[in-house]
Ligand binder design. Structure first.
Ligand SMILES: Cc1cc2nc3c(=O)[nH]c(=O)nc-3n(C[C@H](O)[C@H](O)[C@H](O)COP(=O)(O)OP(=O)(O)OC[C@H]3O[C@@H](n4cnc5c(N)ncnc54)[C@H](O)[C@@H]3O)c2cc1C
Length: 430
């Protein structure tokens, strides 16, 4: 990997997500050598992926070059590589570009879509965990409408215009809201020769409410917002399969749909090599102690989505959202310095800043530190918070300008099929 030997201890960080970056920033100007490894050369701001999928934003406005994050940091190295496995006994990682020894290793690999072992759904449904996946979804949505224009068969045309979003968490709710706005404001203009009023947006939630984890008030309001936008909300319905044409559920309910988005679960993006009793927690996360040390491996730490730190308040680990990753990254930066100075480390205490989700234009729900509010003000708060946490001044400006433009013009100009998504349409023909 051509990383020079150093008299300083080497800290290897796997993953330049929210956790990895906040840790790297804390380690700048410290007497350590830092190697950041990521399979992408950019950081992804996942909370806005749904806007890429729905043509509201260009992908480069929510991505940030990882090398730029490290500019000006002495003794920092970035390598573009996928880490394949960890050998904790020789303190070495194996990657797609070679192996590397470490003194301390931090696993900050985030999470991936969890299909709960259902191969059929995995093969046919769309995920939205990365920029390439969001671009695939954007292409598929547009291609389906182009295809709908070409058929005289009503049944086939309806299926091509139907959307099923599986999962009623923030991702599902935000995507459903955005699709409903496209249906209302954009499709009739773009496809005047197609009866786009027949397009259906369904959100299917296994549990009995949308936005589980939010207050009952926020959950109810999000459902009201979606219904006003014309989204069909199905609660208490578990999806069991999708063969690329028909979505089946545990009930009699079935959907014929060409676009199915699986937003019903995530699991830790684990790396092989860390084994032993109590290491792997539920959802493929790594069990860590209060200092984010992986159980049984004192030189290996895990932060963010991949880490499962159980506490009285969070018996199944912290929520898999950005704040625990950012806060754990910052504290681990301080703790690694303390560890090297033989000082006691500080335990992690999560500062829950609340939750928010937007359902569309002027519509959002916020639960922040005991304050619950919904509607226009919540929407402005949502926009401000997302702009604040986006990485890079240019990205903030581009996103802000896009949002103002989209708001004034009722538009989403990035509805482009730049990289077509290959779909076999023959299955939709009777
Ligand atoms: C669609 C969507 C919407 C979301 N909305 C919100 C929201 O509104 N608010 C919120 O707080 N959270 C939201 N989240 C969750 C939030 O994005 C995650 O909790 C957060 O990104 C976790 O940070 P992390 O540092 O643990 O991992 P990530 O940010 O996922 O970063 C992991 C990094 O590791 C890299 N990586 C993974 N495996 C390897 C490997 N083997 N080798 C090399 N590199 C690797 C990846 O390329 C990635 O850069 C959303 C997530 C999604 C998918």
């Amino acid at each position: 990997m051509n990383i020079p030997l150093s008299s300083y201890p080497r800290i290897v960080i796997i993953g330049g997500g929210f956790g990895g970056i906040s840790l790297a920033k804390k380690l700048s100007k410290k007497e350590v050598q830092v190697v950041l490894i990521d399979k992408n050369n950019y950081h992804t701001f996942q909370p806005l992926l749904y806007q890429v999928s729905t043509g509201g934003l260009e992908p480069d406005s929510i991505a940030y070059p990882l090398r730029k994050v490290l500019i000006g940091y002495d003794n920092f190295y970035f390598r573009l590589a996928e880490v394949e496995n960890i050998d904790p006994f020789s303190k070495k990682i194996n990657t797609s570009i070679g192996e590397l020894n470490y003194d301390y290793l931090v696993v900050a690999t985030g999470s991936e879509t969890n299909f709960f072992g259902n191969k059929e759904i995995e093969q046919n449904a769309m995920s939205m965990k990365s920029i390439p996946q969001s671009l695939n979804l954007r292409s598929l949505i547009l291609e389906n409408f182009e295809q709908a224009l070409l058929t005289d068969d009503y049944h086939e045309r309806d299926a091509l215009m139907n959307f099923v979003i599986v999962g009623g968490g923030p991702t599902g709710v935000e995507l459903a809201g955005a699709l409903a706005e496209i249906k209302k404001g954009i499709l009739p203009k773009d496809y005047p020769d197609l009866d786009t009023r027949r397009a259906q947006i369904n959100i299917v939630q296994g549990g009995d409410c949308l936005l589980p984890g939010f207050s009952a008030q926020a959950s109810k309001k999000a459902e009201d917002f979606l219904e006003k936008l014309g989204v069909q909300v199905w609660k208490g319905v578990r999806v069991t399969g999708y063969n690329g044409k028909t979505v089946t559920t545990k009930t009699e309910l079935k959907f014929e749909a060409a676009t199915v988005v699986w937003a019903a679960g995530v699991k830790g993006a684990g790396i092989k090599g860390l084994e032993g009793e109590g290491v792997i927690a539920g959802g493929n996360r790594l069990n860590v102690n209060e200092f984010n040390q992986v159980i049984g491996y004192p030189e290996i730490f895990a932060i963010g989505d991949i880490a499962c730190m159980t506490t009285k308040e969070n018996p199944y680990g912290h929520p898999m959202v950005a704040q625990p990753a950012i806060q754990q990254g910052k504290l681990l930066g301080q703790n690694l310095t303390k560890l090297l100075e033989h000082k006691p480390m500080e335990p992690f205490v999560y500062n829950d800043k609340g939750s928010m989700a937007t359902v569309g234009r002027n519509k959002a729900v916020c639960d922040i530190k005991g304050y619950r509010f919904q509607g226009v003000f919540a929407w402005f708060v949502w926009m401000f918070v997302h702009l604040f946490f986006l990485i890079g001044f240019r990205n903030r400006m581009v996103v802000f300008v896009n949002w103002v433009y989209n708001y004034i013009r009722f538009d989403r100009e990035a509805r482009l099929i730049i990289r077509p998504f290959k779909r076999d349409y023959s299955q939709f023909k009777d």
